[in-house]
Write a protein that binds this ligand. Structure first.
Ligand code: COA
Length: 161
């Protein structure tokens, strides 16, 4: 399957409708267009888009709270999975979070989401706890990576990419 050039760029308001459509089609608890728009307007947010010839094929977001970056969303269009795009989005998200002062990274993931858990583990994130029933039908695994601002952290992730 041929896959074109994919650019990682800031997620803008004009991406909200396409992102909501991807969520509606593929996500169990989809974010609406309104949620994306509200997130973009909220302070201390970083949202990145994966753009293939003008088509939105993925996105990642984080909220900065003091020195912590909380990942709020990560999505890759199913036809583009296992090509390294999720990882690329996360590495760029981490890089931008560090630029904006983050020193630690955290997120919640469904315990049954093997793909995302494997991706986060490969980025150096470790499971530290469970929020029972967080998703109704599944528990949340809480993961952390500390000291993402240390000089070798991103270097190592980029070297492996
Ligand atoms: C999770 C998700 C973003 C991964 O995106 P992706 O582009 O397929 O991930 P990558 O190709 O960058 O994979 C990087 C690594 O993650 C792990 N991984 C990714 N998908 C995997 C899967 N289905 N099974 C096992 N490991 C997987 C692998 O270690 C992989 O490296 P490899 O391909 O060299 O083995 C994607 O599956 C997705 O959008 N899922 C639905 C939304 C979601 O669950 N988001 C996370 C919410 S917390």
């Amino acid at each position: 399957m041929g896959i074109g050039m994919i650019t990682i760029r800031p997620f803008v308001e004009a991406d909200a409708a396409a992102a909501a459509e991807l969520e509606r089609r593929h996500q169990p608890t989809p974010w609406s267009e309104r949620v994306f728009r509200d997130e973009l307007e909220a302070p201390s947010r970083i949202y990145l888009a994966a753009d293939e010839d003008g088509v939105l094929v993925g996105y990642a977001g984080a909220m900065l709270v003091m020195e912590e970056a909380h990942v709020t969303n990560l999505f890759v269009e199913p036809g583009h999975r296992r090509t390294g795009l999720g990882r690329r989005l996360m590495v760029e998200l981490i890089a931008e979070a560090v630029v904006q002062g983050a020193r630690h990274l955290t997120l919640e993931v469904r315990t049954r989401n093997e793909a995302a858990r494997a991706l986060y583990a490969s980025l150096g994130m470790a499971p530290v706890g469970i929020r029972p029933g967080y998703y109704g039908d599944d528990d949340a695994l809480i993961m952390w990576a500390h000291d993402i601002d240390r000089p070798d952290f991103l270097e190592r992730l980029r070297g492996k990419a």
